[in-house]
Design a binder for this molecule. Structure first.
Ligand code: HEM
Length: 81
């Protein structure tokens, strides 16, 4: 079980820019990656996923299929869907 709050998809979609904060989802988790955007090795492309799911983009950019990438993501978890 998780003590993290539950968020709706609608709430996630509101966080789609650096002004509103950048939230993404991955496998049922919700992540606030606002602070990570500036240090992302792939640059501003990360903003394409802002307010939505990472899965379609990570399917395209297979560089993310590594344990160390999931470890980074886990640091930014704020809730669940
Ligand atoms: C590379 C993390 C989202 C595009 C990387 C790398 C990390 C990373 C750690 C370097 C991997 C390595 O070389 O071992 C993340 C995290 C994301 C995220 C934590 C979400 C929270 C995205 C999205 C896109 C993207 C949504 C595209 C729409 C890329 C590209 C690279 C990359 C193109 C390769 C950069 C290069 O080597 O020149 N990402 N990424 N990333 N990422 Fe992401």
């Amino acid at each position: 079980t998780s003590d993290l709050p539950v968020y709706s998809l609608e709430e996630v979609t509101k966080h789609c820019s650096l002004d509103t904060g950048v939230w993404v989802t991955y496998k049922g988790g919700v992540y606030d990656i606002t602070e990570f955007v500036a240090i992302h090795p792939g640059g501003d492309k990360i903003l394409l996923a802002a307010g939505g799911a990472l899965e379609p983009y990570w399917a395209l950019y297979a560089v993310h299929q590594q344990d160390h990438v999931l470890e980074i993501l886990s640091e930014y978890k704020i809730g669940v869907l």
